[in-house]
Design a protein around this ligand. Sequence first.
Ligand code: UD1
Length: 367
Amino acid sequence: MKGLHILHVAGARPNFMKIAPILARCAARPGLRSTLVHTGQHYDEAMSELFFEQLRIPRPDVNLEVGSGSHAQQTAAVLQRFEPILLERRPDLVLVVGDVNSTLACSLAAVKLDIPVAHVEAGLRSFDRTMPEEINRIVTDAIAELLFVTEASGVENLRREGIDPARIHLVGNVMIDTLLAHRDAAARSDAVERLGLLAGGYAVLTLHRPANVDAPATLRAILTPLAELALTMPVVFPVHPRTRAALGPHAALLASGHGIRPIDPLGYLDFVRLMSDARLVLTDSGGIQEETTILGVACVTIRENTERPITVTHGTNRLAGTTSAGIRRTIEAILAAETGARPAPPLWDGDAAARIVATLEAWGSSR
Ligand code: UD1
């Protein structure tokens, strides 16, 4: 087999923990050559640099530095800047992960140049087309050649959409590869002590979905029951940059002393330590629903739906919706329920990247 040249794309924070184990596995295979492109969708030290360092991701070969903007602006900037890179580097395959604007834009640029795309974390569906990520998932899956799926629901979704079963590969979850590989290092983080918290005695909150944070009335409805929870245990809130801008009108709910405690975004190892020792995690993130499933930590998802239903059927995750009453009720129920580790979902075993790389090699030699 002539060497297979894979161009890997990473753009935003949740991409970095997915790409890390794939790049590491590829580097160990003599028949594979990798190029890494960072689109620069996330660019802050705390949202990007720190993850490269802690997850030992190699320096990107190219950074497109697209930065922030409206969806159209951001997507267009990636399309425009990625195309010349493809023409110059001529990869055999472009590998994208997740569901961010960079995932969609790089897939589109590649297929238009007749370069096949592999999509890692394919097939997830919230069935909510008002979520920008849902549009990114549907379009990327429709044009990708190889679809790597984390959970059985994803396979069903893709088949229902008429995708050729030969393109679908249920391989497990690369985010869990990274979690398992870094669990020991995370246990050595002093984040819990640094923040003055007691293991098992606090909650962790993250919020960044546009539907939750952009409208002040919705954000207030979400924060109100969480401020009530904060009267019984500390609620630590690493704040995403998009959310920081939206918090202004809600300062009273975030008062020091009592109240929710906003802090800067954390690095990967600190955040895994913080989740591991929490009594409860409250979130609207996709990845955190998966990570708490493996950590055996109670998770309240502040959304009406999830594209990751296995975290509810096999894990500790419960959907609360976004009303004060729904969130209050779900917190009470989850605190009253048994928690603890459960059997991991099938193939969430730390070897998903190895299965992906084996499939890529087989695909490369059959061309
Ligand atoms: C993006 C993804 C979302 C993912 C999330 C994880 C899309 C459509 N959304 O949402 O799926 O769950 O990342 O974080 O791709 N900002 C900074 N510094 C940064 C990055 C962003 O200050 O390093 C600010 C920007 O000014 C922007 C806001 O955060 O206004 C949102 O960033 P953006 O990348 O547009 O989307 P996210 O909300 O982060």
